[in-house]
Design a protein around this ligand. Structure first.
Ligand SMILES: Nc1ncnc2c1ncn2[C@@H]1O[C@H](COP(=O)(O)OP(=O)(O)OP(=O)(O)O)[C@@H](O)[C@H]1O
Length: 266
C-alpha cells in the first residue's frame, strides 16, 4: 500500500439530492437523497431491482438523472469533479475488452482519465501493487480472456485501486468471488479505510465486509427506506456462519420488512 494515512475530515464527498431516474418508460429512482462523508464505509443494500446499481451509475455520471443533483467533492458531475481520486467498479462484467489484453494492461488503464493519454512514470509499479492487493500479481501477464470470472472481477477491482482513490464506488464487488478472495478483499478494503478512503459499496450480503461497514442504506422500489446504523445480526440468527441481517432498533421500519428490503429474507 502506498496510500498516505489521512484522518477523516468529515467533508461531504457524495451529495445526491432528490434524484429521479427513468429508464425507458420505467421510473426507477423516486427521489433519493444520499450524503456520504469522508472516511465513511457505506453499504447500499436492497432486493434485486430496487435500484442500487442505477443509483451508483447515476452518482458516477453514467446515467443521467431526470430530476435532482449530484455533487462529488462539492463539484457538480462534469469536468470539475476530481475523477483521478475516484475509483468505480461496475457490477460484474467481463474484464475482457475484445482486444487481447493482459491483466496488467487492464489495471493500468485505470490510470487513464480525462484527457490524459499517457500513464504516469510509476505506472508499472502501481499496477503490480494493485494486482498484488487482489492477490493476482502472479497473473499480471496473463490475457484476461484466460482468467476465470472471479479473477476478472478482481482485475476490475485492481483497476479501481490503482488510482489510489480517495473515493471508491463498488457495485457488488465480491459477487462470484470465492471466500478466500472475499476475505482478501475485506482486508484490502480495511487497509484503504484505515488510510482514509471513503467507500460506497453495493452488497447483497455484508459477509466478510460486515466489520468495516459504518452505515447502511437500504433501497426499496427506488426509494430509500433505511439510512443509519449498520444492520446487526439478530440474536436468533447470530450462530456462526449465519449472515442474515436485521435493522438497527432506531429505524421506524419493522425488522421483517427491512430484511425483505435488503433481500435477506429467511
Ligand atoms: N436500461 C434499462 N431500461 C429499463 N429498465 C431498466 C434498465 N436497467 C435497469 N432497469 C430496471 O431498473 C430496475 C433497477 O435495476 P438495478 O439494476 O438498479 O437494480 P439493483 O437493485 O441493482 O438490482 P440487483 O440487486 O439485481 O443488481 C430494475 O427493475 C431493472 O429491470
Amino acid at each position: 500500500m502506498t496510500t498516505t494515512v489521512q484522518s477523516p475530515t468529515g467533508e461531504t464527498v457524495v451529495e445526491a439530492v432528490g434524484i429521479h431516474v427513468t429508464l425507458g418508460t420505467s421510473h426507477i429512482l423516486r427521489g433519493i437523497d444520499l450524503s456520504v462523508h469522508d472516511g465513511e464505509i457505506v453499504a447500499l443494500l436492497g432486493a434485486n431491482g430496487s435500484g442500487k446499481s442505477t443509483l451508483v451509475r447515476t452518482l458516477v455520471g453514467i446515467l443521467p438523472s431526470t430530476e435532482g443533483t449530484v455533487t462529488l467533492y462539492g463539484k457538480p458531475l462534469g469536468r470539475q469533479v476530481p475523477w483521478k481520486n475516484i475509483g468505480y467498479v461496475p457490477q460484474r462484467v467481463s474484464a475482457g475488452t475484445g482486444v487481447p489484453s493482459t491483466a496488467a494492461e487492464v489495471v493500468a488503464s485505470g490510470l487513464l482519465y480525462g484527457l490524459k493519454i499517457r500513464t504516469p512514470r510509476n505506472a508499472s509499479a502501481r499496477t503490480l501493487d494493485a494486482l498484488d492487493q487482489v492477490g493476482l500479481a502472479d497473473l499480471a501477464d496473463r490475457s484476461v480472456n484466460e482468467l476465470s470470472g472471479g479473477q476478472q472481477q478482481r482485475v476490475l477491482i485492481a483497476r479501481a485501486l490503482v488510482r489510489e482513490p480517495r473515493l471508491l464506488l463498488l457495485d457488488e464487488p465480491v459477487a462470484g468471488v470465492d471466500q478466500p478472495s472475499q476475505e482478501n478483499f475485506a482486508e484490502t478494503l480495511s487497509n484503504l479505510a484505515a488510510h482514509g478512503t471513503t467507500v460506497l459499496v453495493v452488497l447483497h450480503e455484508l459477509g466478510a465486509l460486515a466489520p468495516l461497514i459504518t452505515r447502511t442504506v437500504v433501497l426499496r422500489h427506488g426509494r430509500k427506506v433505511h439510512d443509519g446504523a449498520p444492520l446487526p445480526p439478530a440474536p436468533e440468527h447470530a450462530a456462526a456462519g449465519h449472515q442474515h441481517l436485521h435493522p438497527a432498533s432506531s429505524t421506524a421500519q419493522t425488522p421483517v420488512s427491512l430484511i425483505q428490503d435488503a433481500g435477506f429474507g429467511s
